[in-house]
Design a protein around this ligand. Structure first.
Ligand code: SF4
Length: 370
C-alpha cells in the first residue's frame, strides 16, 4: 500500500477508497487525467479490492507514482481470526491508526453474509451490549467500512477456493457501532458497495440496523434505498430506557411514528430485532404489547435469545420461552422468527463484539447488538 508521502504542499493524502466514482473522477481530473482513468482505478479498488497502486498494472508507472504521492489506499490488516464450530468466522482488523474493529462472516446454504462495523466502539451504551461498554472511539471512514467487505471477500476466495471476485452475497450493518450515528460515511460506503463499477451489491441484499435515531431514520429513508432494521428490544418506555438509553431522547412512540412514515419499497418490511432478556422483556404481556406496537407497520420480528455477556447482568431465555413468545406474536398475525445465534462460542454473536478474544467451544462471554 502507499501510505504516502505528503504532496509537495503537504496537504494530507487523499483517502482514495473513500471516494465515490464521481469524486474520484474529479480527483483524477485534478491530476490531469481523463474520466475513464477514474473508472479503471475505481474498479481496481472496489471490484478487485486492490490494496496497493503496484497492483494496478494497466496504469502507467508515472500515474501510479503520482497517485501514490497524492493519495493513500487504506486497507485493514487482519489482527485475529476466530472460527466458530458453526462455520461463522469473526475477523478482527487493525486500522491504519491502530484501532481494532470486527466483522463477522456467516455462511449458510444459500447466502454468504457479512456483518459490518461502522464505528470503533459505540456511543449508544445499550446496557446489554459488549460493544456499548467500549464507548465511542471514532467513526470509521467510508474506506474502512468498505475495506472490511473487500478483505472478507479475499478471505472467502482463499478459504473456499472460489474464483468470483465477490463471493459475499449479503451485508448487514449490525457490527460495532450505530450506523446512523455515522450516517455521512455510511452513505458513501453504501454508494460504493452498490455501484456497478464496484462490488455491485443489490439494495435488496443490504440491511442497516439502528437503535432508533429518529431524525436519521427519516434521512436514511430519503437518501438510501437499502433495508431498515430497528433494534427494539422492549415494549414499554420504562423497560426500553433501562436497556437502551437512546430511548430517553426518542421514545417508543416517536420511533414507531418514524417507522410508520418510513418509505418502504413494494413488498418490503421493516425488521424489528428483539433481543430476549429473561425476566426483562419476555412476558406474555410483552408479546401482546409488541403486537400492538407493530399494528399497521409492515414488519417482521427477529427474536434473538440473548447472548450472555459476563458482567452485564442479563440472562438469556430458554428455547421454549422464545418459541412461546413467537407463537403469541403469530397468533396476533405478526411474522416472527427465532434467529439462529451464530458464532456464540467465539463471541461473534449479536452484541458480543468487543475486541475480546474467546476460544471456540468455550461459550464465550457475550451479548446482543443492534
Ligand atoms: S447494541 Fe448496537 S447501538 Fe447498542 S451499544 Fe451495542 S453496538 Fe451500540
Amino acid at each position: 500500500m502507499s501510505e504516502a508521502a505528503a504532496t509537495p504542499e503537504s496537504a494530507p493524502p487523499v483517502d482514495l477508497g473513500s471516494l465515490t466514482l464521481l469524486a474520484l473522477q474529479s480527483f483524477l481530473k485534478g491530476l490531469g487525467e481523463k474520466p475513464f482513468r477514474a473508472q479503471q482505478v475505481y474498479r481496481w479498488l472496489h471490484q478487485r479490492g486492490a490494496t496497493s497502486f503496484e497492483e494496478m498494472t494497466d496504469l502507467s508507472k508515472d500515474l501510479r507514482a503520482r497517485l501514490s504521492s497524492a493519495a493513500v489506499i487504506r486497507k485493514v490488516e487482519k489482527d485475529l481470526e476466530q472460527r466458530s464450530v458453526d462455520g461463522t468466522i469473526k475477523y478482527r482488523w487493525r486500522t491504519h491508526d491502530g484501532k481494532l474493529i470486527e466483522s463477522v462472516y456467516m455462511p449458510s446454504t444459500d447466502r454468504k453474509t457479512l456483518c459490518v462495523s461502522t464505528q470503533v466502539g459505540c456511543a449508544m451504551g445499550c446496557t446489554f451490549c459488549a460493544t456499548g461498554t467500549l464507548g465511542l472511539k471514532r467513526n470509521l471512514t467510508p474506506s474502512e467500512i468498505v475495506a472490511q467487505v473487500h478483505a472478507v471477500n479475499r478471505e472467502v476466495r482463499k478459504n473456499e477456493g472460489l474464483e468470483q471476485l465477490r463471493p459475499l452475497t449479503n451485508l448487514v450493518f449490525m457490527g460495532m457501532g450505530e450506523p446512523l450515528h455515522n450516517f455521512e460515511n455510511l452513505k458513501v460506503a453504501l454508494e460504493i458497495l452498490k455501484s456497478g463499477d464496484g462490488p455491485n451489491f443489490s439494495h435488496r441484499h443490504i440491511t442497516v440496523s439502528t437503535v432508533g435515531l429518529v431524525p436519521m431514520i427519516e434521512r436514511f429513508g430519503a437518501e438510501t434505498d437499502v433495508k431498515l432494521a430497528i433494534s427494539l428490544n422492549a415494549t414499554t418506555d420504562e423497560q426500553r430506557s433501562r436497556v437502551m438509553p437512546v430511548n430517553r431522547k426518542w421514545n417508543i412512540a416517536a420511533l414507531m411514528d418514524a417507522c410508520r412514515k418510513f418509505p418502504l419499497r413494494q413488498g418490503r418490511r421493516i425488521t424489528f430485532e428483539y433481543v430476549m432478556l429473561s425476566g426483562v422483556n419476555d412476558t406474555d404481556a410483552d408479546a401482546e404489547r409488541l403486537a400492538g406496537l407493530l399494528e399497521g407497520v409492515p414488519a417482521k420480528v427477529n427474536l434473538i435469545p440473548y447472548n450472555e455477556n459476563a458482567g452485564l447482568g442479563f440472562k438469556t431465555v430458554v428455547e421454549r420461552r422464545a418459541e412461546e413468545f413467537r407463537e403469541l406474536l403469530a397468533a396476533r398475525n405478526v411474522a416472527a422468527f427465532i434467529r439462529q445465534n451464530r458464532g456464540r462460542d467465539i463471541a461473534a454473536a449479536c452484541g458480543q463484539l468487543a475486541n475480546v478474544e474467546a476460544q471456540p467451544g468455550e461459550g464465550a462471554a457475550p451479548t446482543p447488538a443492534v
